[in-house]
Design a protein around this ligand. Structure first.
Ligand SMILES: Cc1cc2nc3c(=O)[nH]c(=O)nc-3n(C[C@H](O)[C@H](O)[C@H](O)COP(=O)(O)OP(=O)(O)OC[C@H]3O[C@@H](n4cnc5c(N)ncnc54)[C@H](O)[C@@H]3O)c2cc1C
Length: 472
């Protein structure tokens, strides 16, 4: 872009959001160029420059977002939305430059509505902040993802996020009532306040998971729940994963625990020694169940009976209680895999009739093709009809050259995802698509992809919204 046009656009953006909320400084551009996508971190770590936005703007509300989008549409420049930058798929990276719109000034809490059982907040609010606000009134959002302290309400909606008590309370799409969204042309709309209506397709579901490609979420009403009277934990060791799947499927037809975490052989091997002091083979499962005490007593009885039928060894509650205290700190720097390791989480989702086959096929495909790469998994989000494989690959010594590292990284992802798709899996449960998996969207959806492409064309005819994300 020439200097003349650049300055012209800058003055218009400054007019829209205020000079102090519009930056072209290198420090701000760099800070908005690396998210939690391994490739972006590796690229920067090896001294290469990531793509950057030309203008970093921070609007305070939907009206200012609307003005920014009208400017972008007029000049036909890309707009990439940035929440907390905690996404793992490179969704917030401004790969084509243009405007980088940071939502974090839209962090207001407008209302805690105890009668309607929701909290209304700006989409740029960090999730932990709305959880604290709910807690002050004795409620909880019951959304506890590991990135609770660094990701935003809008980011979780844009990626269809999920937290550790999802089996009972659901994903973010079960927790949102209404959203305010600014369409690419600058129009401000509200989705319906009663999401299970029969007045056409649910507008919420069009924007949830759309990763900033169809509009920008500026406000949301998020459900609040009463705090459980009791929350109990129980650990079990199954002979193998198959027995654990059978037991869990049966249990979920009767009631929904809040936490369910089943670890594969490899993860169990490293955990079980810490729990019982000696090595034991099998598949370890950590369960929590909660609510009113009388109901929880009944649930506990059903849990113990059902799991005993499948030969599970009861390991008591100590591990689960400790895990609950540390559920987020596990992910803090120093406790997690990190550079120079190469790693990724594929979070494949599948129904029970396919899940075991997918797990074994992915493990075999990756470990056979790449002997230096380890494939481990746990299963931490469960539904009545299936579960999610939190499948991770880890490579301790990836190539030093960034281009070679990118090639290997993308090859491993393609191998894993294609194997999952070939066995009936869906990619993915909650991490989204971003730039990382855009190339595989057509393989997953086939002709159904035209539904997304049609929506994109009609809402964003100039193609300015987060280009190349979500395969659009
Ligand atoms: C340590 C760690 C642990 C994690 N654990 C979990 C977990 O347990 N569960 C889980 O679901 N995720 C988890 N994640 C992933 C991440 O937190 C989620 O993907 C989250 O949704 C990203 O939110 P963000 O605000 O950081 O979004 P960003 O990374 O800033 O953006 C993500 C995408 O959403 C779009 N976007 C952001 N805000 C808006 C908006 N207001 N309107 C429209 N589009 C928008 C962006 O353009 C981009 O495409 C984890 C990440 C980390 C770093």
């Amino acid at each position: 872009m020439n200097e003349f046009l650049f300055t012209q656009i800058l003055t218009e953006l400054e007019d829209a959001v205020g000079k102090e909320n519009c930056s072209t400084k290198l420090v701000d551009k760099v800070a908005h160029s690396v998210d939690y996508f391994w490739l972006s971190r590796m690229w920067a770590d090896r001294g290469r420059e990531m793509p950057m936005g030309d203008f970093i703007v921070s609007p305070k509300d939907a009206q200012e977002v609307s003005k920014v989008l009208k400017i972008a549409n007029y000049y036909k420049i890309p707009v990439t939305t940035w929440g907390g930058g905690g996404g793992t798929q490179g969704g917030a990276i401004p790969v084509c430059g243009g405007i980088l719109l940071d939502t974090k000034r839209m962090n207001q809490i407008y209302d805690i509505n105890e009668q309607g059982m929701y909290i209304e907040c700006g989409a740029g609010a960090i999730y932990k902040h709305i959880e604290w606000a709910a807690n002050e009134r004795g409620y909880s959002t019951m959304h506890f993802p590991s990135s609770l302290t660094c990701s935003t309400v809008g980011g979780f909606l844009a990626h269809r996020g999920i937290g550790v008590v999802s089996t009972k309370y659901g994903k973010i799409d079960d927790m949102v009532l209404q959203m305010e969204v600014v369409l690419p042309n600058g129009d401000i709309i509200n989705t319906s306040s009663a999401p299970k209506h029969a007045a056409g397709p649910d507008l919420n579901q069009i924007f949830i998971g759309s990763e900033g490609t169809l509009g920008i979420i500026t406000k949301a009403q998020i459900r609040i729940y009463i705090q459980p009277e009791v929350r109990r934990f129980r650990g079990f060791l199954f002979k193998n994963m198959h027995a654990a799947f059978e037991a869990s499927r049966e249990l979920l037809q009767i009631f929904k625990p809040s936490v369910m975490r089943l670890y594969d052989d490899a993860e169990t091997a490293s955990l079980i020694k810490k729990i019982v002091g000696v090595a034991k083979p099998g598949a370890f499962m950590n369960i929590a169940y909660e609510g009113k005490k009388e109901l929880v007593d009944v649930e506990e009885k059903i849990l113990l009976e059902t799991f005993a039928k499948y030969g599970a060894e009861d390991l008591g509650s100590e591990y689960g209680e400790k895990w609950w205290e540390e559920k987020i700190t596990f992910f803090y720097p120093g406790h997690m895999m990190d550079l120079p390791q190469m790693f990724g989480t594929m979070d494949t989702i599948a129904p029970y009739d396919k899940i075991e086959e997918i797990y074994w096929a992915m493990k075999k495909a990756i470990e056979t093709k790449y002997p230096n790469i380890k494939f481990i998994a746990h299963f931490s989000h469960w539904y009545e009809w299936g579960a999610m494989i939190y499948d991770r690959f880890i490579c301790d010594n990836p190539p030093q050259d960034p281009i070679e590292a990118m090639k290997l990284h993308n090859e491993v992802w393609t191998t894993g995802v294609r194997t999952a798709l070939a066995h009936g899996g869906v990619v993915n449960d909650h991490h989204g698509v971003g730039i990382k998996l855009g190339r595989l969207m057509k393989e997953q959806y086939g002709p159904a992809m035209q539904v997304f492409e049609g929506l994109k064309k009609s809402l964003d005819p100039n193609g300015i919204m987060n280009p190349f994300k979500l395969g659009l």
